[in-house]
Design a protein around this ligand. Structure first.
Ligand SMILES: C[S@@+](CC[C@H](N)C(=O)[O-])C[C@H]1O[C@@H](n2cnc3c(N)ncnc32)[C@H](O)[C@@H]1O
Length: 101
């Protein structure tokens, strides 16, 4: 996980979503949670952030980092190819933003 501790292109990501009403956000490669932390700070309107990673260590790290938003967080251990299943399992039918890096 060391290589994931410094998220890349955070400013570019925030610029991209700056005008988007992000109620539901899907971070498909949650890693250490740096991008999701930045999204949470910039988008207080977020109702649910779905975070997925295939690495359980990454989920442990990001879970701790994102603890201030734990009530809005839905974590999944698995491959983001299964995003449809993940969303359906929490009754989410569409997302306002999707991120992969
Ligand atoms: C560059 S790191 C992500 C950095 C993260 N955005 C952050 O802010 O720390 C890439 C992460 O993607 C995860 N990953 C790679 N392929 C994946 C896949 N198909 N499904 C889910 N997670 C995946 C890796 O386990 C790793 O934690």
């Amino acid at each position: 996980m060391k290589s994931c501790h410094t998220p890349v292109m955070v400013d570019e990501m925030l610029d991209f979503f700056s005008d988007v009403d992000l109620k539901i956000f899907f971070d498909s490669t949650l890693g250490a949670g740096g991008h999701s932390e930045a999204i949470f700070k910039s988008h207080p309107e977020i109702v649910t952030l779905i975070g997925c990673d295939r690495d359980p260590m990454a989920l442990a790290t990001s879970s701790s980092r994102l603890d201030p938003w734990k009530d809005k967080l839905q974590l999944f251990h698995g491959n983001h190819i299964d995003l449809d299943y993940m969303c359906k399992s929490i009754s989410v039918s569409n997302v306002d933003g999707f991120f992969l890096t």
